[in-house]
Design a protein around this ligand. Sequence first.
Ligand code: 13P
Ligand code: SF4
Length: 314
Amino acid sequence: MNNDNIADKILELKKKKNAVILAHFYQVPEIQDIADFVGDSLGLAQNAAKTNAEIIVFAGVHFMAETAKILNPGKKVLLPDLEAGCSLADSCPAPDFKRFKDKYPDHKVITYINCSAEVKALSDVICTSSNALKIVESFPKEQKLIFAPDKNLGNYVNNMTGRNMVLWDGSCHVHNQLNVSKVIELKLQNPDAKVIAHPECQGPILAMADYIGSTTALIEFIRKDPGMKYIVATETGILHQMHKDCPEKEFIIVPANETCACNDCPYMKLNTMEKLLSCMEKETPEIKLTDEIIDMAKIPILKMLDISKQAKLI
Ligand code: 13P
Ligand code: SF4
């Protein structure tokens, strides 16, 4: 079956089953194009929180689909491939994190949404890359904080806010391996290009960036910015939306290392149109969580959504 036929079948099933398809910007272009909503982690969580659909089909990774399930315990949440995990979430196993947290009893815990439901259940508030600064600033300056699991985002927020949060030593293997010497080389070859970076990148790349933001923020930046050329330090999937929004502009993706020109998240790219169709036909694989974890993890997620509503986000 070709992609057009698969797309027709997906759209038919979507209507018949009252399903909604939520997709992240790192998904393959054809999945982004068929989704009801494409966004960053915050936008996806906000959409999951307000959907009336009976089935949520999550074209993203496991922690994102879990967040949708926590917000919609009565609904069926499908993930086209259950193996679509996240190296950052995997870098923070809940039992280890519990031991770490117990060492700092007077600290509040802020966790980046890229973590398991069990880690969320151990947290005071969740954040994403688009609201991390606001969430941290929602605590009084004197409040001691733990930030997990992304040390790069944690360091960035510490630098921006003057805080001294205790950081969990985790990272995303895709962003963490982006090569700073490649960014310098690309900048020397393209002095007119602006460097834009996701805050999961390492500090030396962030220090070179003209703009730092979540996937949505990076896309909004290139839409509004008068520049014509950008060196993009994040996962390749974002280029689809950038090319669609600004076909006249040039985007140069930062390669992962000296030898490899690609910079795909292998987990995000496990989802395919075929798997999307199959999961909608069979209504599996489905995200399952215990009621206890749902009840505990929901509190810090709702807190994040509430703070995000009140505050103007960066
Ligand atoms: P955002 O889309 O929230 O910026 O997150 C990027 C990411 O790493 C998702 O896995
Ligand atoms: Fe996880 Fe990194 Fe992939 Fe995002 S890009 S899903 S943080 S491994």
